[in-house]
Design a protein around this ligand. Structure first.
Ligand code: ADP
Ligand code: ASP
Ligand code: MG
Length: 417
């Protein structure tokens, strides 16, 4: 008998009919003799729809109230899924994140899990129940409801798996594994039998939505056996683990892209010690993640800086810069939106000269200008204009020898946002 965490994403439970199929799949697992804890996301586009509603009422909704609203999506799912299991003749109990003992730090909209007290779910399991936990949510020590960031149900699943020492954590989604790139964009993307935690962590951070970055972080830290597979087929999925073999001659494991990139330039900043610390310190204090930073040269004691942030943080970053203008004097700020960051990732890149040149050439061959570049040991990212992203990803996929002769499996609605 194994202890298994099964996580089902939004499109896997997008309709009541799909919910019924998921219920059957969970029961099948239990009938194989396993103890099952299920984590589930909000149905279909529920979270996006709730965000739209909030913005219709208030274009800057308070983060606390946003968390109150968005956690309802997962609460609907757990109750309905439990009902579907009961209808099929099995015992199940649903729990919110806080009932399941998930405690988070005191931050709204992207809280980290700080602790899990799983006694209640262990007791429910001992009583023979299938336990169903709402993904993406937790509660602070002060009793405030929080969410873990978009896509955060993956993190709930992996964190629970670590806390209860599950034998495996299975992430069921609408593609049948982790591919060399998003199979909705490149039909000949290749399915990876396995990928290392480090590579998946980079891909997830760089925009591959298939796993939430923190889920991979926890999996690596607690050595969780993590599998990504389809909720629509029985195909074997992808294993995420410490080390994964690379095919001979292939240096790039995958390509990711992030469509929500904005570039902010701060022009005419006093070129004196401490200005960068003040500027980026203020942004960090306001929970704004800054990505690539470039200094564009110094003239007459004044420097120009550019950096990228997520498009959704752009306006707030501007407000923060305006608020520190008296202590960090600068001439003006400008920004560009509609940028994307496209990245190649592979553990073998570090020892292979020419990988970067190949990327730059593939991009320039289709007439696209590279605006910014950043590198680390196992990744290389280029910021470019958002058009034509698809052509760029396809060209890179071919250039690094990743094209597969099979067509990727993509289930679920094609009109996903
Ligand atoms: P869920 O609702 O199940 O959590 P997500 O939309 O969060 O599903 O993640 C699955 C989606 O991730 C796929 O439909 C696919 O479009 C996208 N994706 C991006 N990069 C990859 C990749 N490298 N491999 C597989 N899927 C990817
Ligand atoms: N429902 C949340 C979202 O749409 C969390 C998740 O699906 O993982 O982001
Ligand atoms: Mg997801």
């Amino acid at each position: 008998m194994s202890l298994i965490v099964m996580k089902f994403g939004g499109s896997s439970v997008g309709t009541t009919e799909r919910m019924g199929r998921v219920a059957q799949r969970i029961i099948d697992k239990k009938l194989q003799g396993h103890k099952v804890i299920v984590v589930v996301s909000a149905m279909g586009d529920t979270t996006d729809d709730l965000i739209d509603k909030a913005n219709e009422i208030n274009e800057k909704p308070p983060a606390r109230e946003m968390d109150m609203l968005l956690t309802t999506g997962e609460q609907i799912s757990v109750a309905l899924l439990s009902m579907a299991i009961h209808k099929l003749g099995h015992e199940a109990k649903s729990y919110t994140g806080w009932q399941a003992g998930i405690v988070t730090e005191d931050v709204h909209s992207k809280a980290r899990i700080s602790d899990i007290s799983p006694d209640r779910i262990f007791n429910a399991l001992e009583e023979g129940n299938i336990v169903i936990v709402a993904g993406f949510q937790g509660m602070t020590d002060r009793g405030e409801i929080t969410t873990l960031g978009r896509g955060g149900s993956d993190t709930t699943a992996v964190a629970l798996a670590a806390a209860i020492k599950a034998d495996v954590c299975e992430i069921y989604t609408d593609v049948d594994g982790i591919y060399s790139t998003d199979p909705r964009v490149v039909k000949c993307a290749r399915k990876l039998p396995a990928i290392s935690y480090d590579e998946m962590l980079e891909l997830a951070h760089l925009g591959a939505a298939v796993l939430h970055p923190r889920a991979v972080e926890y999996a690596k830290h607690y050595n969780v056996n993590l599998v990504v597979r389809s909720s629509f087929t029985n195909n074997e999925g992808t294993l995420v683990k410490e080390e994964a073999e690379m095919e001979q001659g292939v240096v790039v494991r995958g390509i990711a892209f992030d469509k929500n990139v904005a570039r902010i330039s701060v022009l005419g900043v006093d070129d004196t010690p401490g200005v960068l610390a003040k500027m980026f310190g203020a942004l960090a204090d306001n929970e704004i993640d800054v990505d690539i930073i470039v200094q564009n040269g110094v003239q007459d004691g004044k420097a120009d800086f550019s950096f990228t942030v997520s498009s959704s943080d752009r306006a707030r970053a501007f407000d923060v810069l305006a608020s520190i203008k008296s202590s960090v004097p600068y001439r003006e700020t400008t920004f560009e939106e509609d940028l994307v960051k496209v990245s190649i990732v592979g553990a073998g890149m570090v020892s292979n000269p020419g990988v970067a040149a190949k990327m730059f050439k593939a991009i320039s061959d289709i007439g696209v200008n590279i605006i910014m570049v950043s590198t680390s040991e196992i990744k290389l990212s280029c910021v470019i204009a958002s058009d034509p992203l698809t052509d760029v990803v396809r060209a890179l996929h071919t250039a690094y020898g990743l094209d597969s002769s099979d067509t990727a499996f993509v289930g679920g609605p094609s009109d996903r946002r």
